[in-house]
Every structure is written in structure tokens, then in C-alpha cells.
Design a binder for this molecule. Structure first.
Ligand code: GH3
Ligand code: MG
Ligand code: MG
Ligand code: MG
Length: 301
């Protein structure tokens, strides 16, 4: 199967310059183009951002330096390498561009082979960084977001919710009677069960801002920004149903003949006024404990 080509965004106010670079790179890359700084930012912030930006410096309206500054000031675009391609080729300009966070600097008129080589090096580095970043967020067994990602997201969403006075809900999920499952069916089957449960959980339709993660062992956690207690309950009940519907045989469960979950929920709202994210987590854990002691296979909040 052919590999998907990396994407390069070429930004220049002169279409003839864009055409020159595009001709040089289109064999190896998918090419996006922009003739203004604003259009460049829009493409960089889109759902399918480029893997590299070739950026002209002198442009009417927003110049390349300003575009670079904005890209580097924004979490979602910071990781996209920028190479300035410019006719301003004294050392001071180059230093300025690199200090703004540009990965490299190419002076016009350029040598085509060198442009290709510099672009290739930066794109390769970017793709490697993306892979490492993905690995650092991913749970190795199930492929869903891991504890590290969960902790980071909870910190972010707590700050956002308190800043905007919006609710924030958290669900803690624990597979019922998983020890006997492992003991009778074996650790390999236990792992497969965790994978199936994880996939079922992430497939329950959610909002792009929600996060379903493996918290550890046979525990999962869900962050629901802007969801109140009612929304959290509805989502939790759908999760319970999704895993019940898998009908994963569990002859040694005291709850049901198949794998089930218990879920505890907590909501930070203006009325509840919890001091911090740890308190929210503690409340959800207490609710989970309540779900367990009330017979399992249920939601408690
Ligand atoms: P409860 O209904 O109270 O939650 O009972 P439980 O048996 O699920 O609770 P317990 O915490 O005693 O058991 C958790 C089990 O999960 C024990 C451990 O062997 C298993 N487990 C944790 N992580 C993994 C894993 O990565 N793979 C497998 N196969 N099993 C795991
Ligand atoms: Mg220009
Ligand atoms: Mg447990
Ligand atoms: Mg358990």
C-alpha cells in the first residue's frame, strides 16, 4: 500500500513563487498553498494541518514573521516546523527568523536540490516527533489514551471549566469481577477482554472534547467537559450498555454471565464548588465504590 504523502504548506504572496516551489515538491508531498498570512494560519489550525510550512517573509497584511510568531504561540500549531524562504538574506534576518522558532531558513534564489533536502529533513523529524508523541499518549495494550493523557487533560479541563464557569464531569469505570475472569480464562484472555472493553467504550459516540482513557489495570476514566450531572449519567448508562452488549462470557462473575462494569460519576458545577481536580476524582472514586457495594453493573453518582 502506498504511504500517505506528508503535507507541505507553501505560503507566498506571489503565486509564481508558490508555483516554483510546488513544482519542486509535488512529487513527494501533498501541497497546500496560501497567498496570505491569514489564510496560512487558517490552514495550520484546520483539522488536517500541514507537516511543514514554507513561509515567505515579506507579504502585505500579516508578514511571515508575524505568522511564525502566532504559530509558535499556539499549542495546536507549535509543532509544525516552519522554514522561511526569503529574499531578505542578511544574517540579522536569518537570526530573527530562527529566534521566532523557525526550523530552518532558505535564501532566494535557492538551489532546488538543497530545498528538497532541507524540506525532507524537517518533515522526517516532524513525523518522528508525531510518532513519539502518539506513543506517549497511548496505552500500549488497548491503543486508547493512557493515564498520562488523562492526567494532563483533566488538569487542562479543570482550568477551563473554572475559568468559564462551565460544568465538568468525570466518570471512573471498573470492570466487575475481573480477577476471577483472569484466574479462570487466563491472562491472555484478560488482556483481550480489556481490549474489547476499551474499544467498546471509545466507540460510544461522544463529543470531540471528551476523553475516554485507560486509567490503569481494569480501570477506565472519562472526562466530559461541559457536561452536567444529567449528561454524565446519560453517557455512563450508554457505556454500561455498550459493554453489556458485547456479551463477553464470564461464567465466574457473581453479577451476570457476561462482563459488566461499575461506574462512578462526579460533576464540578458552580453549586458543588470543589477545590480542585483531585476532589473531583475523589468524589468519582467514592461513587464508584458505592456502585460496587450496591451490587455492581450500575452507575452511581
Ligand atoms: P471488583 O468487581 O470489585 O472490581 O472485582 P475485581 O475482581 O475486578 O477487582 P480486583 O481489583 O481485585 O481485580 C482486578 C484484576 O485485574 C486483578 C488483575 O490481575 C487484573 N488486571 C489488572 N491489569 C491487568 C492487565 O493489564 N491484564 C490482565 N489480563 N489483567 C489485569
Ligand atoms: Mg513576498
Ligand atoms: Mg479495580
Ligand atoms: Mg474490578
Amino acid at each position: 500500500m502506498p504511504e500517505k504523502k506528508p503535507t507541505v504548506l507553501i505560503v507566498d504572496d506571489q503565486p509564481s513563487n508558490i508555483a516554483l516551489l510546488a513544482a519542486l515538491l509535488k512529487g513527494d508531498y501533498r501541497i497546500l498553498t496560501a497567498t496570505s498570512g491569514h489564510k496560512a494560519l487558517e490552514l495550520a489550525e484546520s483539522k488536517h494541518p500541514p507537516d511543514l510550512i514554507l513561509l515567505d517573509v515579506i507579504m502585505p497584511g500579516m508578514d511571515g514573521h508575524e505568522v511564525c510568531r502566532r504559530l509558535k504561540n499556539q499549542e495546536s500549531t507549535r509543532g509544525i516546523p516552519v522554514i522561511f524562504v526569503t529574499g531578505m538574506n542578511d544574517d540579522k534576518d536569518e537570526e530573527h527568523g530562527l529566534n521566532l522558532g523557525a526550523a530552518d531558513y532558505i535564501s532566494k534564489p535557492f538551489n532546488p536540490a538543497i530545498v528538497r533536502a532541507r524540506v525532507r529533513n524537517q518533515v522526517n523529524l516532524k513525523l518522528r516527533t508525531d510518532t513519539l508523541e502518539q506513543i506517549s499518549w497511548e496505552d500500549a495494550l488497548t491503543g486508547i489514551p493512557n493515564r498520562r493523557r488523562f492526567d494532563q487533560k483533566l488538569t487542562e479541563e479543570w482550568a477551563r471549566a473554572t475559568r468559564h464557569g462551565q460544568p465538568l464531569s468525570l466518570l471512573m469505570i471498573d470492570i466487575d469481577q475481573f480477577k476471577p475472569f483472569n484466574d479462570h480464562y487466563g491472562h491472555g484472555a484478560g488482556d483481550e477482554c480489556l481490549r474489547r472493553v476499551a474499544q467498546a467504550l471509545v466507540r460510544v459516540p461522544n463529543r470531540p472534547t471528551d476523553l475516554v482513557a485507560r486509567y490503569g489495570g481494569e480501570e477506565f476514566a472519562v472526562i466530559l467537559p461541559d457536561a452536567d450531572a444529567t449528561g454524565a449519567r446519560e453517557f455512563a448508562l450508554r457505556l454500561l450498555d455498550a459493554v453489556r452488549a458485547l456479551k463477553l462470557k464470564h461464567a465466574y462473575s457473581e453479577v451476570a454471565p457476561h462482563v459488566t462494569l461499575s461506574i462512578g460519576g462526579a460533576t464540578q458545577a458552580t453549586a458543588s464548588r470543589m477545590p480542585d481536580a483531585d476532589a473531583l476524582k475523589k468524589t468519582a472514586d467514592d461513587a464508584l465504590y458505592h456502585a460496587k457495594t450496591s451490587g455492581r453493573n450500575q452507575y452511581s453518582a
